[in-house]
Design a protein around this ligand. Sequence first.
Ligand SMILES: NC(=O)c1ccc[n+]([C@@H]2O[C@H](COP(=O)([O-])OP(=O)(O)OC[C@H]3O[C@@H](n4cnc5c(N)ncnc54)[C@H](OP(=O)(O)O)[C@@H]3O)[C@@H](O)[C@H]2O)c1
Length: 345
Amino acid sequence: MDHRRVVIDSYGGPDVLRIATEPLPEPGPGEVRVRVLAAGVSFADLLMREGIHPESRRPPFTPGWDLVGVVDKLGANASSATVGETVAALPIVGGYSEYLCLPAGELLPVPDGLDPAEVVSLVLNYGTAYQMMHRSVGARAGESALIHAGAGGVGTALLELGGIIDLEMYATASRTKHGIVSGLGAHPIDYQSSDFVQEVEALTEGAGLDMVFDGIGGTHVARSYRTLRRGGRVVAYGHATSLVDRTLVGGRRGRFRGIPSLVGQVVRHWLIPDGRRLTIYSIQTLKKRRPRWFREDMATLFGLLADGRLRPVVAQRLPLVEAARAHELLGERSVTGKIVLVCTE
Ligand SMILES: NC(=O)c1ccc[n+]([C@@H]2O[C@H](COP(=O)([O-])OP(=O)(O)OC[C@H]3O[C@@H](n4cnc5c(N)ncnc54)[C@H](OP(=O)(O)O)[C@@H]3O)[C@@H](O)[C@H]2O)c1
């Protein structure tokens, strides 16, 4: 039997995504084969496609950070999984497939009765948001937070999770998306026509903030740091400005240009402490270092979804063969919420 998967043979725009038809993969020892129901499309996939994400793989490779599927076949010594159970995973690559093999230990059990597209919306974006909030900065009820790109994938997840613990929230977003962030309980800041540092100063009457979540990266993080009060902390987690409207800012060779600036800032604040803190977050790094936290946090998020306390927005459900269109839509910033590739038998 054959199955289809998306393959990238060389870095580039959405048109480098091609559909390959090949025999079903066979699970090796300790692996299981998963029939994919839903694969998430993320900004990180776009950066991997362009070869400018720190986790970029050498082509050819199949993109797809996160997925939900059903266990279809067990390899030798993979007895921790059960054929027919619904699972989620964060393999970083490979999600855009009808079937793929994964180590059994990578699978997260998914409660019955949930929509696979909603569940996959939680894995990368809400997983990142939850861990930054509760593992990196230890957010406490009633604290104040600035969330950059508040209408984005991780941004909306931060706002929804922040609402659960009653954070006082501010969010940067384009003016047309202010309704989205205010609907999620944040005071919107138009980052394109105003200086967010000055806006925060005015809105907090000079008091400053407890937390900032910065997925914009590079020198932007230094400006986020300036909005903190004593005891405040910034989490830096992304490079959202490296790909703007299909254009690679700084070109492929400038892909890691923000990293030295960020590392320099971390070292400077460590050498000269001033009562505020800057941390860098990476879901894949923390998952490797603390796999138990990742499993616990995903179980918490699946539980919140099952209880109706989270409502992830699924922007579009597209068939796997429309992966290139999904990348175009996400690259144009014309969607709010998660684009999901759905696979049907
Ligand atoms: N470290 C990790 O573990 C981790 C995990 C997940 C994602 N990430 C990274 O986090 C970043 C964001 O991912 P995402 O999926 O949330 O992206 P996204 O939903 O596509 O968000 C991108 C948005 O950033 C906003 N933006 C661009 N420049 C801005 C600026 N100067 N100030 C404020 N907002 C600005 C734009 O919002 P408007 O449309 O409102 O203009 C744009 O739509 C990416 O670099 C991704 O790779 C990291």
